[in-house]
Ligand binder design. Structure first.
Ligand SMILES: CC(C)(COP(=O)(O)OP(=O)(O)OC[C@H]1O[C@@H](n2cnc3c(N)ncnc32)[C@H](O)[C@@H]1OP(=O)(O)O)[C@@H](O)C(=O)NCCC(=O)NCCS
Length: 182
């Protein structure tokens, strides 16, 4: 696998947009439901102050995409999106893209990576639940019910650092995670 910058090559942009649309189609999200919206997002990920990287297979086919931007000046970068082609999951591509994103952040002098991982279809113990009062008390014993990616990030050294109850509607929280790069 090779990981390179995503450029404004229209074929690549279109393929990544398709990947994005398909990759999140079963997550219950209202975002990225049309190709137009995905194309806009993918195009906006490209820029001097951003990181937008694609994983290529042996025939240079695009297998995954990871992108983000600085959030707190240059100290903390947000991983805004990470997606791997459905047929190629659980083969280390997500890990490769995440490690690459962290290296790119470090190269730019960043200290932390932050991300929000939504639960919009009750795939964790904090989805579909009343989190008030004391939302943080629910995080300590968070459980993965149906392949929610927070566990993928935990395996890569990220910790759950917060939650925004009802971020995407009642019972649909955003789970915040971060990692200090050392
Ligand atoms: C989440 C995602 C990027 C993971 O990519 P991947 O290439 O399948 O992951 P990897 O093969 O590198 O997996 C690394 C480890 O995480 C585990 N893992 C991967 N996805 C997981 C999930 N959804 N739940 C629990 N564990 C998971 C793997 O089993 C593996 O564990 P191991 O090291 O013990 O063998 C991919 O499943 C995806 O694109 N999902 C849809 C989009 C999405 O939800 N993106 C994240 C939004 S915040």
């Amino acid at each position: 696998m090779q990981i390179v910058d995503l450029t404004d090559d229209e074929e690549h942009v279109k393929r990544v947009a398709e990947l994005l649309k398909d990759g999140f189609s079963d997550t219950g999200t209202e975002a990225w439901s049309t190709l137009e919206e995905c194309l806009k997002n993918v195009r906006e990920s490209i820029g001097e102050t951003k990181i937008s990287r694609i994983a290529l297979g042996p025939d240079k086919e695009i297998l995954g995409w990871g992108a983000g931007a600085p959030l707190y000046r240059n100290y903390t970068w947000e991983l805004e999106v990470l997606v791997v082609d459905r047929e190629n999951r659980l083969k280390g591509i997500g890990s490769g893209l995440l490690g690459d994103f962290e290296s790119e952040v470090k190269l730019r002098g960043g200290l932390n990576v932050f991300l929000g991982t939504d639960d919009e279809n009750f795939r964790t113990s904090v989805g579909g639940t009343e989190l008030y009062p004391e939302p943080l008390s629910h995080l300590k014993f968070i459980q993965n019910i149906s392949h929610h990616p927070f566990e993928f990030y935990q395996k890569k050294g990220y910790e759950v650092v917060g939650v925004l109850p009802d971020a995407n509607g009642i019972g649909k929280p955003d789970i915040f995670m971060s990692k200090r790069l050392s």
